[in-house]
Design a protein around this ligand. Structure first.
Ligand code: HEC
Length: 219
């Protein structure tokens, strides 16, 4: 009599063992990936910035530094580059605590005013209005862009804060951002929040983001 279980593909114990191995392997892989990701996304601190250590998510005091977006030949896309110190609203020595408090205010304001209803932040949100992930380094806000002249301000942060407080006074696109009743302190927090966000290494996302003239090639 022929044995019908001769083929391994019809053997139930074989499939049971395979399922157990695959589940076990996938669990170990997921645990490893979770810890690897946590390491990649945990926020750096002031000491990293002072030592020039590159963190994917730099510490809050990154608001004290110049941030540019430069092409990395090795990675094939732009990466944020943290440069020399620069003043932020006339102050260039925010302590970690002060910078953290400002970012926190900005984050809470962005949630309270629902920026994500219209904009995208780090991949979350809507596409009605421009992606804000790299808004801080948008050339429109640089010395050569239109926003400083339009708002009558001489720094990027002041121009951006002025726009956020009175968006309908400075329309630039066909769509207009509504007045959201943002106070000067909230605007300062929001700009700090946007500046910090632009310093996060997002693997070149969003793509095709405008580059400032004169930016060099990082390696
Ligand atoms: C109801 C929709 C809406 C909401 C809510 C909204 N915006 Fe906007 N925002 C727009 C539109 C539309 C534009 C483009 C208008 C323009 O540039 O004149 C814009 C433009 C901007 C710009 C300029 C973008 C750039 O790259 O130059 C910034 C910065 C900005 N918004 C920040 C915010 C922040 C921060 C919030 C939350 C506090 C917010 N917006 C909430 C619709 C919105």
């Amino acid at each position: 009599m022929a044995n019908e279980n001769l083929s391994v593909w019809t053997s139930i114990p074989f499939w049971r063992r395979s399922a157990a191995w695959v589940t076990g392997f996938a669990s170990i892989l997921l645990i490893w990936l979770t810890f690897d990701t946590l390491g990649q996304i945990s926020m750096g601190n002031d000491a990293d910035l002072k030592a020039g250590t590159t963190k994917r998510v730099p510490g809050p005091t990154v608001i004290n530094y110049k941030i540019t977006y430069e092409m990395s030949k090795k990675r094939g896309h732009e990466v944020p580059v943290i440069g020399e110190k620069e003043a932020f609203f006339g102050k260039s020595d925010y302590s970690e605590k002060e910078a953290r408090a400002l970012l926190h205010l900005g984050k809470l304001t962005s949630q309270a005013k629902n920026c994500m209803d219209c904009h995208t932040l780090l991949g979350n949100g809507a596409y009605y209005a421009p992606d804000l992930t790299k808004a801080w380094i948008d050339p429109a806000w640089s010395k050569t862009g239109p926003m400083m002249a339009m708002t009558g301000k001489s720094t990027r942060e002041e121009a951006m804060a002025e726009f956020l407080m009175h968006p309908s006074t400075y329309p630039t696109h066909a769509r207009m951002m509504p007045e959201l009743g943002i106070t000067a302190e909230e605007a300062k927090g929001l700009v700090a929040f946007l500046k910090h966000m632009s310093s996060i290494d997002t693997n070149g996302f969003p793509r095709n983001f405008g580059k400032e003239e004169g930016s060099t090639n990082a390696q």
